[in-house]
Design a protein around this ligand. Structure first.
Ligand SMILES: [Zn+2]
Ligand SMILES: [Zn+2]
Length: 394
C-alpha cells in the first residue's frame, strides 16, 4: 500500500510501498484509513526538525490526525465493530513500571518522555491505506460526522485544556465550570462534584462575578476549534489574530458567535478593556512574546492556557515582577497542556456533533482542501494555505 514516508537520515520525504499490516492479537482492529489531516507538526517533521522512525525502519510513516473505518476485528474486540468510523489516538504509553500516568492509560501525562506517538515518534502514522492497532486506542465517531470527523484529533487539545480549566476553577466556591453543551453527557467529575451555587452572570454587578470571558490567541485550526468549544461551553469568546477585520477568517469567527479582534487594529494593551476583562486566555499561536504580553492583562482569578510550542529564538525581555505580582495578587493560574486522553477524544466527538448541528457550514469550511495521497507534497512541503488541509485515502 502507498504511504507518505519521512527519511530523517537522508532528509527525504517520499511515497513508499509499505506492507499492509495484519491483526496479530485478539484485541487488535484493522482500519481502512479514510482521511488524514495535516498540521504544523507534520510540516516540522518534513523539515526534519523532529520525527523518529520505529526501531529498525529507515523511515517514519507520517500522519496522526485520522479518520478511519473498521474493516476487521480481533476475536476479543468489544469496543468497535466492522463498519464503525473511528478516530485513533496518537500517544502510546512508555514501558516504565513507575510511570503511574502511562500505567493508568494517561500517557498524555507521561512522566518519563519515553512514550511513542503514531506518525511522530517511533511508531508509524496513518498516511497510508490500512492500519492496525489495539481497540483501546479507538474512539467511535457517529456516521453522520463522516465529513468532519478528521477534526476530532486537533479538537482534543482544546477539550483537554477545558477539562483542566474547569478543574482549576473548582477552587472558586461559585459556578465557574464551562456550561457543557445541551445533550452532552455530564462527565464523571461533574457528576460527583457537589453542586456549587450558580451565579447568574449579568444579574449582579457585571464584572465582579464573571468567569466566562475568554480570549483565544490565534485563528489556525487549534485556535478556531478551541474558540468553538469555548462558545459551546458558554464563554463569551474573542479571537485575536493577525488577519484583517474584513478577512474571511474574521467572518468565520463571527459565524459561530465569537468576536474577532484583528491585531492590525487592536493593540494588546487595550484588549482587556475592549473585552471587559479576560478570565481565560487560550493560547494557540506559539508566539511566546505575544503570549507573555497578553498575560499582563489577565483578570483576577483568571487562567492562562498555553498550547503552542514555539521554536527557540533569541531571549526577549519580560516584566517578571509585574507578572509575578499579578499571579499572586490576582490568584492566577498558568498551565501548559499537550496531547489528550480518552476523555478528551470523547468530549471532542460530542462537541464536534454540537458544532455540526449549530454551525454546519462553518465546520465544513474549516476543511480547506482534500487531496489524494499523490499530492502530499503541496500540503507537507509547499505553502498550502487555508485552515485544515486533508489527505483523502478512501
Ligand atoms: Zn496535528
Ligand atoms: Zn510514561
Amino acid at each position: 500500500m502507498k504511504a507518505v514516508a519521512v527519511f530523517p537520515e537522508s532528509k527525504e520525504v517520499k511515497l513508499v510501498e509499505h506492507d499492509e499490516p495484519n491483526i496479530s492479537s485478539p484485541t487488535e482492529v484493522k482500519l481502512r484509513v479514510l482521511e488524514v489531516g495535516v498540521c504544523g507538526t507534520d510540516k516540522e517533521i518534513c523539515a526534519f526538525e523532529y520525527g523518529t522512525p520505529p526501531a529498525g525502519s529507515p523511515y517514519l510513516l507520517l500522519g496522526h490526525e485520522s479518520l478511519a473505518e473498521v474493516v476487521e476485528t480481533g476475536a476479543a474486540v468489544s469496543r468497535v465493530k466492522r463498519g464503525d468510523l473511528v478516530v485513533i489516538s496518537v500517544r502510546r504509553p512508555c514501558p516504565h513500571e513507575p510511570c503511574v500516568a502511562c500505567r493508568m492509560g494517561r500517557q498524555d501525562f507521561c512522566f518519563t518522555g519515553d512514550f511513542t506517538e503514531r506518525g511522530i515518534k517511533e511508531e508509524h502514522g496513518y498516511m497510508t491505506g490500512f492500519v492496525v492497532d489495539d481497540e483501546r486506542y479507538m474512539n467511535v465517531v457517529p456516521a453522520h460526522l463522516r465529513e468532519v470527523g478528521v477534526l476530532v484529533e486537533p479538537l482534543t487539545i482544546a477539550e483537554k485544556a477545558l477539562t483542566q480549566v474547569w478543574q482549576v476553577q473548582q477552587r472558586l466556591p461559585w459556578e465557574c465550570a464551562p456550561t457543557k453543551s445541551v445533550g452532552a453527557k455530564t462527565n464523571a467529575q461533574q457528576a460527583s462534584a457537589p453542586a456549587p451555587p450558580r451565579v447568574q452572570e449579568g444579574s449582579q454587578s457585571g464584572h465582579a462575578v464573571s468567569c466566562h470571558r475568554a480570549l483565544v490567541l490565534g485563528a489556525g485550526p487549534v485556535g478556531l476549534l478551541g474558540a468553538m468549544a469555548l462558545v459551546v461551553a458558554g464563554f463569551e469568546t474573542h479571537v485575536y489574530s493577525r488577519e484583517a477585520a474584513t478577512s474571511e477568517k474574521a467572518q468565520l469567527v463571527e459565524s459561530f458567535g465569537a468576536k474577532y479582534l484583528s491585531a492590525e487594529t487592536h493593540a494588546v494593551e487595550r484588549l482587556a478593556e475592549q473585552i471587559g476583562g479576560i478570565d481565560l486566555v487560550y493560547e494557540a499561536v506559539g508566539a511566546s512574546s505575544l503570549a507573555f504580553e497578553v498575560m499582563k492583562y489577565l483578570d483576577t482569578n483568571g487562567v492562562f492556557v498555553f498550547t503552542g510550542v514555539p521554536g527557540r529564538k533569541a531571549p526577549v525581555a519580560v516584566d517578571t515582577d509585574l507578572l509575578m505580582r499579578n499571579l499572586v495578587l490576582r490568584n492566577q493560574v498558568v498551565f501548559g497542556t499537550v496531547n489528550a486522553g480518552r476523555d478528551a477524544f470523547e468530549a471532542a466527538i460530542r462537541d464536534l456533533e454540537v458544532f455540526h448541528t449549530r454551525w454546519p457550514q462553518t465546520v465544513n469550511s474549516l476543511i480547506t482542501s482534500r487531496v489524494p495521497i499523490e499530492e502530499y507534497r503541496d500540503l507537507l512541503l509547499g505553502k498550502a494555505g487555508g485552515i485544515k488541509n486533508v489527505i483523502k485515502l478512501a
